[in-house]
Design a protein around this ligand. Structure first.
Ligand code: C2E
Ligand code: MG
Ligand code: MG
Ligand code: MG
Length: 281
C-alpha cells in the first residue's frame, strides 16, 4: 500500500492507524503472556431447573489483566481465535472444568452438577480437539455426562461433514452438546436431526423482551416445542425476571440461566450457593 504512490503514501504513517496497529500488537503480546502465565479466571453462572434447584453452571472466562483489571471475553476471544491462542486457552478452560468436576464427584452435594464450556468454532476445528477431550476424560476420570460443550451454529458453516463426524466421536465419549445462542445463526433445521445434540440454548435476545414482544415470545415458544419434539433439553439464557421465567415455564421450558438466578461468579461463591441451598432444604 505504501508503494501505491501519490497522496496515499502518507496514509502508511497515519498516527491513528499506527496507534491501532500498535494496540493490536500490544494486546496480542499481552495475551500471549497471559496464556503462559495463566492470567485468566473462570466465573460460574448457575443454571436451575423448574423447581429453582441448581443443576450446574456455565463457565465464563475473564482475563485478569495486570493493569486493566478484569477484561470480558468479548474483548479478547476474537483475537485469541485469530492468533491461535484460543487453542492453549481453550484447553486450559476444559482442563479446569474437568478438574472441578473431579473434585465435585466425591461430594454428594455437588456430584450431580454439570458444567457447560464454551468452545469456539476455531478451537473445535483443530484436529487435536477430540483427542484433547479424550485425554482429559482419561486423566480426570470424570463422568463425561457432566461435561457439556456449547457450540454455536457458525461452527456448521464450513466443513459440515467433518464437524458432524467430530461431534459424533465426542458424543460417543458421552460428553454432551448444547447449541448456544440458538436462533441467531444460520444453520438449517435439517442439521438438528443430524447432530448428536443434547440441548438447545435459547439466545438471550429472544428472552429480553419476551413479555412485550409477541414475536420474541413466538420464537421462544417455537424453540421450546422444537426441542421437546426432538427430545432435546431446552435452556433459556438471560432470564432476569420472575415474569419471564413464568412465561417460559408456561411454554414448557424446564431449565434457566440468567441474572434472576445469579450472575457469573467466582467458584467459591457458586459452591457457597449450592451449600446454602442444601441447608435450606
Ligand atoms: P455466551 O456463551 O452466550 O454467554 C452468555 C453471556 O451473557 C455471558 O457474558 C453472561 O455473563 C451473560 N449473561 C448471562 N445471564 C445474563 C442476563 O440475565 N442478562 C444479561 N444481560 N446478560 C447475561 P460473558 O461472560 O461476557 O461472555 C460473553 C461471551 O464470551 C459468551 O457468550 C461466549 O460466547 C464467550 N466466552 C466466554 N467464555 C468463553 C470461553 O471460555 N471460551 C470461548 N471460546 N468463549 C467464551
Ligand atoms: Mg455460552
Ligand atoms: Mg449464549
Ligand atoms: Mg454468545
Amino acid at each position: 500500500q505504501a508503494k501505491s504512490g501519490g497522496k496515499n503514501t502518507y496514509r502508511f504513517f497515519d498516527p491513528e492507524m499506527q496507534k491501532a496497529v500498535l494496540t493490536r500488537i500490544t494486546l496480542e503480546t499481552e495475551l500471549r503472556h497471559a496464556v503462559v502465565r495463566e492470567q485468566f479466571i473462570l466465573y460460574f453462572q448457575p443454571q436451575v431447573n423448574n423447581l429453582n434447584q441448581y443443576i450446574g453452571a456455565e463457565i465464563l472466562i475473564r482475563w485478569q489483566h495486570p493493569t486493566q483489571g478484569l477484561i470480558s471475553p468479548a474483548a479478547f476471544i476474537p483475537l485469541a481465535e485469530e492468533t491461535g491462542l484460543i487453542l492453549p486457552m481453550g484447553f486450559w478452560v476444559l482442563e479446569q472444568a474437568c478438574q472441578q468436576l473431579a473434585r465435585w464427584a466425591v461430594d454428594p452435594l455437588f456430584a450431580h452438577l454439570t458444567l457447560s464450556v464454551n468452545v469456539s468454532a476455531k478451537q473445535f476445528g483443530f484436529p487435536s480437539f477430540e483427542h484433547e477431550i479424550e485425554q482429559l476424560l482419561a486423566e480426570y476420570k470424570i463422568n463425561p455426562n457432566r461435561l457439556k460443550i456449547e457450540i454455536t451454529e457458525s461452527l456448521l458453516l464450513d466443513n459440515t461433514e467433518v464437524v458432524i463426524k467430530k461431534m459424533n466421536a465426542i458424543r460417543q465419549q458421552q460428553v454432551t452438546f448444547s447449541i448456544d445462542d440458538f436462533g441467531t445463526g444460520f444453520s438449517s433445521l435439517s442439521y438438528l436431526k443430524r447432530l448428536p445434540l443434547e440441548q438447545l440454548k435459547i439466545d438471550q435476545s429472544f428472552i429480553q423482551d419476551i413479555l412485550s414482544n409477541p414475536k420474541d415470545a413466538a420464537i421462544a415458544s417455537t424453540i421450546i416445542a422444537l426441542g421437546k419434539n426432538l427430545c432435546l433439553t431446552v435452556i433459556a439464557e438471560g432470564v432476569e425476571t420472575q415474569a419471564q421465567q413464568k412465561l417460559l415455564e408456561s411454554m414448557g421450558c424446564l431449565t434457566y440461566q440468567g441474572y434472576l438466578f445469579g450472575q457469573a461468579m467466582k467458584m467459591t461463591d457458586f459452591e457457597h450457593l449450592i451449600n446454602t441451598q442444601a441447608i435450606a432444604k
